[in-house]
Each structure stands twice: as structure tokens, then as C-alpha cells.
Design a protein around this ligand. Structure first.
Ligand code: ZN
Length: 151
């Protein structure tokens, strides 16, 4: 199996079996983002657990890339500190802006490395980034992040 088809399998697996999908009972903030070029929709909610870690909920509909990306996001960032989650989010942004020439670090990005191939297709980059932009928005609204960081 080559890398490309392995990556496709990872994305399809997250699409068919989304991790942590569902909304939170008491979110600090919610952000609803749409990707009009593809018709993707995502709502990302954030809260914090007793240890100060990030709690993330989401709902959405759209193409396999947008929805799988949200599932990967939750799998990677659920329970992590704000600082850790920012490191991962910025690494993912960098990968998606690499136009396919990125060399993703699987230790940092986990299953998100599967989107490396997507970075070659500008129209699909928006799909892959949708949930991550919504997360940033929700974190800013919740006062967990300052505006202007990253992106
Ligand atoms: Zn899409």
C-alpha cells in the first residue's frame, strides 16, 4: 500500500467513524463556520476540564475531508493544554499551507499527517482547515486565545 492510499484510508476511517462528535452541555464558546465553495459546515465548541485542559465538541456536515479533519482535530486535541493544542494547530496550518511539499511530524500531528496530500489541492485545503479555523474562533471567543495569534 502506498502512502497516498494509506492517507486516504485514514481520512475515510475518520469520516465513517468520527471521534468525539457531538455538542457540549456547557460550552464556554461555540463557532459556526461554513466553506461555501464546498458546502461544508462545522460547529466547534470549547470548554475546559478541571485540570484546565481543552474540552472540544463539534457537529457538522459536508465532504469527507472537512468532517474527517474535525474528527482528527478532536482526537488530537481533546484534553490537551491550550499551549499544546496551539502547537499542534500551528503545525497543521503549516502543513496545509505547504502546497504538498511539507514533511509532517507524525509525533505532533498524529492522523493529521494524512492531510499532507490534500495540501496540493487549494480548493480542498479550505475543507481541511474549516474545523481548525472554527476552533481558533471559539477559543478566542472563550478568552482562551488572544486574537491575531497564528493563522
Ligand atoms: Zn469540503
Amino acid at each position: 500500500m502506498n502512502l497516498e492510499s494509506l492517507y486516504q484510508d485514514i481520512i475515510l476511517d475518520h469520516y465513517k467513524h468520527p471521534r468525539g462528535k457531538g455538542l457540549l452541555e456547557n460550552p464556554l464558546a461555540s463557532a459556526f463556520h461554513v466553506n461555501p465553495t464546498c458546502g461544508d459546515e462545522i460547529t466547534v465548541q470549547v470548554g475546559r476540564n478541571e485540570a484546565g485542559g481543552l474540552v472540544i465538541g463539534y457537529e457538522g456536515q459536508g465532504c469527507s475531508i472537512s468532517q474527517a479533519s474535525a474528527s482528527v482535530l478532536v482526537e488530537l486535541l481533546q484534553g490537551r493544554s491550550i499551549q499544546e493544542s496551539e502547537e499542534v494547530r500551528l503545525a497543521f496550518l503549516e502543513l496545509m499551507h505547504s502546497k504538498g511539499s511539507g514533511d509532517p511530524d507524525e509525533e505532533v500531528l498524529g492522523d493529521a499527517v494524512a492531510f499532507a496530500g490534500v495540501a496540493k489541492f487549494p480548493a480542498r485545503v479550505k475543507c481541511a482547515l474549516l474545523a481548525w479555523m472554527a476552533l481558533q474562533d471559539a477559543e478566542i471567543q472563550a478568552g482562551l486565545l488572544k486574537t491575531g495569534e497564528g493563522a
